[in-house]
Design a protein around this ligand. Structure first.
Ligand code: AMP
Ligand code: ZN
Length: 139
């Protein structure tokens, strides 16, 4: 969809710290991570939210979240994980292209979506670590 930033990122037209890509999805590091390792699963096709998501894309997104969760657990010193997905402004959705948040958590560290920060280098390193763990697990 024209003027949708996540369509452009998913298509590779705007650079991102990509962890994983296939025909249906691109997985990127969140630019304002709620915690180290915060990823976003973006469908390549534009769906505004969960209500619009075809069943097969919803299923595939959740299965991919599980693979990423296991890879992140190997790659990062995390203690827990949140899977979060906001639908509509009232629910805190700020980018109107469906995305699934995969958020590693650390004991005693609070988080709030959209309020974190990280350097480009940190994001690149985290993407690389998770990508390597995913490839290792699935080799
Ligand atoms: P939501 O509030 O569920 O719509 O989440 C939007 C998320 O996208 C927030 O966590 C933002 O930090 C993140 N975000 C916004 N723009 C970008 C971008 N260009 N690249 C990576 N993450 C982004
Ligand atoms: Zn879009």
């Amino acid at each position: 969809m024209a003027d949708c930033i996540f369509c452009k990122i998913a298509a590779g037209e705007i650079a991102s710290h990509t962890v994983y890509e296939d025909a249906l999805f691109r997985v990127i590091m969140d630019l304002n991570p709620a915690s180290p390792g915060h990823m976003l699963i973006l469908p390549k096709a534009h769906y505004q939210d969960f209500f619009e998501l075809p069943n097969e894309v919803a299923s595939a997104a959740m299965l991919l979240a599980k693979r990423l969760a296991l890879a992140a657990k190997k790659a990062l010193p995390m203690d827990g994980l949140n899977i979060v997905q906001n639908n509509g402004k009232a629910a805190g959705q700020s980018v109107m292209h469906y995305h699934l948040h995969v958020v590693p958590r650390y004991q005693g560290v609070a988080f709030k979506l959209g309020e974190g920060s990280a350097t480009q280098q940190e994001l690149a390193e985290q993407a690389e670590c998770i990508r390597a763990a995913l490839e290792e697990a699935e080799r």
